[in-house]
Ligand binder design. Structure first.
Ligand SMILES: Cc1ncc(COP(=O)(O)O)c(C=O)c1O
Length: 347
């Protein structure tokens, strides 16, 4: 009965990357210096918050993003949620937020997905985006950690992150804005990082670019990442991605692509410095992320010039990596890495 209701409400063929309210969300709380109490599922919806909440005044919040899929074997699976659990802990520590233990994170994600499993799109139609998030919700006036915290996991069925589905993007290299500074919060999934990226993205979109390529704040010859995705280039059969430092988010998809390229495709992969010229004159360029999956980049514009990458379409390695990654996520290809995490039946 419930499944029918959902099918009537959601147009699986036209999903976009936007929020669709679902049945329930996980909700837990913790005091500063205390332990997280086990939380529970509550109906998805609004809740009350103090105007003096740490998150509303000083941006004390961190989040994660992972996805659940229906697979060709008829299972509901998550992709490497343990990596998100670990990154969530690191992000929380950076913002003085009590970290959610890995086991609690996984259980929270699993029970939220299980309870909303009828919102996971059919194979080939999209995925269920999972958003674990912690906010400092207790009231605070001086700049200091909030006295209490709220951990929520909510989900939404989603389609492609970039409008128009799988197509080669046109990106703008910005020299006017930095996403993150060395020793800042760029390697944490801090909510404020994303607020600061809205204006550069707005300017880029007004000029018909799809996204922004950010440079290293200490050395503007070096490329860091795309707004919400990591970047890779292929040149002469060597795959390169900017090495992790203080200001690059260690993407789960980035790590997966490195392993797939090395172990399945036998490619040389370097985590190294990548210059603007390396990117402009690469054979293939693509970006990776839970939301972006693997998205080809067909054209890049700088302040002085523009460059078409390859023939401006998806490159053959990009296509191979995309097919392999999504093949594992849909259980069309055997998972030899142990990345597929079936969602247990809690009911
Ligand atoms: C700034 C930034 N870089 C990279 C990524 C890609 O990370 P992941 O592959 O874990 O989604 C994301 C998205 O989560 C992001 O927000």
């Amino acid at each position: 009965m419930e499944i029918l209701e959902v099918e009537q409400k959601i147009d699986w063929n036209n999903l976009t990357f936007s929020i669709t309210p679902t049945r329930s969300m996980y909700f837990a709380t913790c005091d500063l210096g205390g332990e997280w109490e086990p939380g529970d599922l509550i109906p998805y919806g609004d809740f009350k918050i103090s105007p003096a909440a740490g998150v509303l005044n000083y941006g004390q919040g961190v989040f994660e993003g992972t996805k659940a899929f229906k697979t060709l074997k008829g299972r509901d699976i998550l992709f490497r949620p343990d990596r998100n659990a670990k990154r969530f802990i690191k992000s929380a520590e950076r913002l003085c937020i009590p970290p959610v233990p890995e086991e609690m994170f996984l259980k929270a994600v699993e029970i939220t997905v299980r309870d909303n499993a009828d919102y996971i799109p059919p194979v080939g139609k999209g995925s269920l985006y999972v958003r674990p998030i912690i906010w400092g919700t207790g009231p605070v006036l001086g700049v200091k950690p909030a006295p209490s915290y709220t951990f929520v996991v909510y989900v939404s069925p989603v389609g492609p992150y970039f409008k128009g589905g799988m197509r080669a993007l046109h990106l703008k290299v910005t020299r006017y804005f930095h996403r993150a500074a060395p020793k800042g919060t760029g390697n944490a999934k801090a909510i404020g990082n994303y607020a600061a990226s809205l204006y550069p993205l707005k300017l880029a979109k007004e000029r018909e670019f799809d996204e922004v390529i950010y440079l290293n704040a200490a050395n503007e010859n070096l490329v860091e990442e795309v707004g919400s995705a990591n970047i890779f280039i292929l040149k002469d059969n060597v795959l390169k991605t900017p090495k992790l430092g203080g200001s690059i988010l260690p993407g789960v998809t980035r790590d997966s692509v490195i392993q797939l390229a090395r172990e399945i495709l036998g490619l040389e992969v370097l985590e190294t410095d990548v210059t603007v010229n390396d990117v402009l004159f690469a054979d293939e360029v693509f970006c990776t992320g839970t939301a972006a999956v693997i998205t080809p980049i067909g054209k890049i514009t700088t302040d002085d010039d523009f460059q078409v990458i390859g023939n401006g379409e998806i490159g053959s390695l990009t296509r191979k990596l995309y097919d392999t990654l999504t093949g594992i996520q849909r259980e069309r290809i055997e998972d030899t890495f142990g990345w597929v995490h079936p969602v247990p039946m809690y009911k």
